[in-house]
Write a protein that binds this ligand. Structure first.
Ligand code: PRP
Length: 183
């Protein structure tokens, strides 16, 4: 057992449930993109675990790529700006059907900004999928095209999600004990 598991209050989405979500989403994506030119886009770092599971279950040819973004003033409600730390580079985006893969949607600012940004670059289509959706935290309206589990407003970690850069390697999504972040 990973010693970090002592900090987990409860398991919210088990690894078995995650596998079901991944299978189901991959099937839908494989059907929906069979006549498209799929570019699966991983938003670092949180979505890397979900992304690597999902890409191996999609039964279509695809390209993969990566972006890294950070919100200005994360945690505050006053700003919606998103900083691009690693960008996507292409001569021409007009042949790309981009599917953005996220681990979680919280305020909605990251994905609403990214979708607009990629459309502005001239992508043929831009859609989104997320493992977790926390609609209770929305600051801007945003509905993903594919969503795994709708979750309450709890402090979740694991399966890519971190607290202070830790817990990403846990194989499930868990709720962190408040004693860990109240220190
Ligand atoms: C998380 C998550 C999304 C974003 C969602 O990333 O991976 O990218 O926040 O939040 P929003 O809907 O409020 O914009 P984070 O900034 O924690 O970085 P990380 O993925 O590197 O952990």
């Amino acid at each position: 057992m990973n010693i970090l598991e002592n900090d987990v209050e409860k398991i919210l989405v088990s690894k078995e449930r995650i596998a079901e979500i991944v299978d189901d989403m991959a099937k839908r994506i494989s059907e929906d993109y069979k006549d498209k030119n799929l570019l699966l886009l991983c938003i670092l770092k949180g979505s890397v675990v979900f992304f690597s599971d999902l890409m191996r279950k999609i039964t279509l040819p695809m390209e993969i790529d990566f972006m890294k973004v950070a919100s200005y003033g994360k945690g505050s409600t006053s700003t919606g700006n998103v900083r691009i730390l690693l960008d996507l580079h292409r001569e021409d985006f007009s042949n790309e059907d981009i599917l953005i893969v996220e681990d979680i949607i919280d305020s909605g600012r990251t994905l609403s900004t990214l979708v607009e940004y990629l459309k502005m670059k001239g992508c043929r289509s831009v859609r989104t999928c997320t493992l977790l959706d926390k609609p209770g935290r929305r600051e801007v309206p945003f509905t993903p095209d594919y969503a795994g589990e709708v979750i309450p407003d709890e402090f979740v970690i694991g399966y890519g999600l971190d607290y202070a850069e830790k817990y990403r390697e846990l194989p499930y999504v868990g709720v962190l004990k408040p004693s860990v972040y109240m220190k």
